[in-house]
Write a protein that binds this ligand. Structure first.
Ligand code: UDP
Ligand code: MG
Length: 312
């Protein structure tokens, strides 16, 4: 078959210790694209895996020239690995995809169909998340509600990184070089003509999840801090309210002392105020610190990731 005139779809797959799923993943892709009239490339980003992922990738790439490898120098985390992959995607459209088959390959033809209808972004929404734990669904729900309320962007709920984006969206995204990255938020802030399709999220094909609650919490914090400065500004209001309270209480104390005279006991109330206020101040300092740390990281202007080698 002459493939030179076909449109190319770039599948961008970040991989961190994924030796168990690699071959099923590539089998599924090869199978899928043998049935449709599109050419493809798989941009695999080895995110500093400590297992055999890289060797397996290289071996597979020798057999299939459509597999390209970006080998990062260490583990940078999924958000940056995905960015590195998108930076190297050369197709007419790109699809960020997890290699554990939780983002079903069968959905790809539908994504492409919608793209051909003229949409620049085709979101894939998971309608069944029973493969995730109750706690994970509960916390992610709260997160999406919160970020919707306090920031300007609207992140569609139950949509992950799995989606199809047109070449021009990839180019737009590549202009965002911030190092503290929350990809879902960046995607959402771009605009473009978008539509959504539904799919059922399967459990992981093999291997273990690379996320734990601490990492998820940090990702959520990243999302909030990169897309709203409300946590930073809210302290002037909290401060004003507390100061008003303190002012009223101060007046009350002065009058009480003038009328009833000095009464020494007051240790409890003093202690409470002291502890409450120092707690507030520390909390507020912490929030300022979160933003300051990010400014510090950005201002150094270091590269977002370092590539050890590339194949393909
Ligand atoms: N991943 C990565 N770097 C990391 C953590 C994860 O590239 O530091 C990749 C991982 O290999 C997988 C995808 O991100 O392809 C999603 O990870 P995982 O399936 O563990 O997350 P979950 O589906 O449980 O949210
Ligand atoms: Mg997964």
């Amino acid at each position: 078959m002459d493939t030179s005139s076909l449109k190319i779809i770039s599948l961008v797959a970040p991989m961190y210790n994924e030796q168990e799923v690699l071959s099923i993943f590539f089998d599924a892709i090869e199978q899928c694209f043998s049935n449709i009239d599109y050419d493809y490339e798989v941009v695999c980003v080895n995110d500093g895996s400590s297992d055999n992922t890289y060797d397996l990738l290289k071996r597979r790439a020798e057999r299939n020239a459509r597999i390209k490898i970006v080998n990062l120098s260490k583990n940078y985390g999924k958000e940056i690995a995905l960015t590195a992959g998108l930076d190297h995607a050369s197709g007419n459209a790109a699809i960020p995809i997890d290699c554990d088959l939780q983002d079903p390959i069968e959905v790809i033809p539908t994504l492409i169909e919608k793209w051909e209808e003229g949409y620049d972004v085709v979101l894939a929404r998971r309608i069944d998340r029973t493969s995730d734990s109750f706690f994970k669904r509960f916390t992610s729900n709260i997160f999406y509600k919160l970020i919707d309320k306090i920031s300007d962007i609207h992140i569609p709920s139950n949509v992950g990184d799995f989606r199809l984006i047109d070449r021009k969206v990839v180019c737009a995204l590549s202009q965002f070089r911030e190092k503290s990255r929350f990809m879902k938020g960046l995607f959402a802030s771009l605009g473009f003509k978008e539509t959504t399709i539904d799919y059922i999220r399967a459990p992981r094909a093999a291997g273990n999840t690379k996320w734990n609650y601490w990492k998820l919490y940090k990702l959520a914090l990243e999302g909030i801090i990169s897309f709203t400065s409300l946590p930073l500004k809210i302290w002037s209001y909290v401060g004003a309210t507390v100061a008003l309270g303190a002012f009223i209480y101060g007046f009350y104390l002065i009058f009480k002392t003038l009328i009833l005279g000095v009464d020494t006991p007051g240790y409890a109330s003093l202690m409470v105020v002291l502890l409450f206020m120092s707690g507030l101040i520390l909390l507020c300092l912490g929030v300022v610190g979160e933003y300051l740390a990010r400014i510090f990281i950005e201002i150094k202007g270091r590269p977002m990731y370092i590539i050890m080698d590339k194949i393909g």
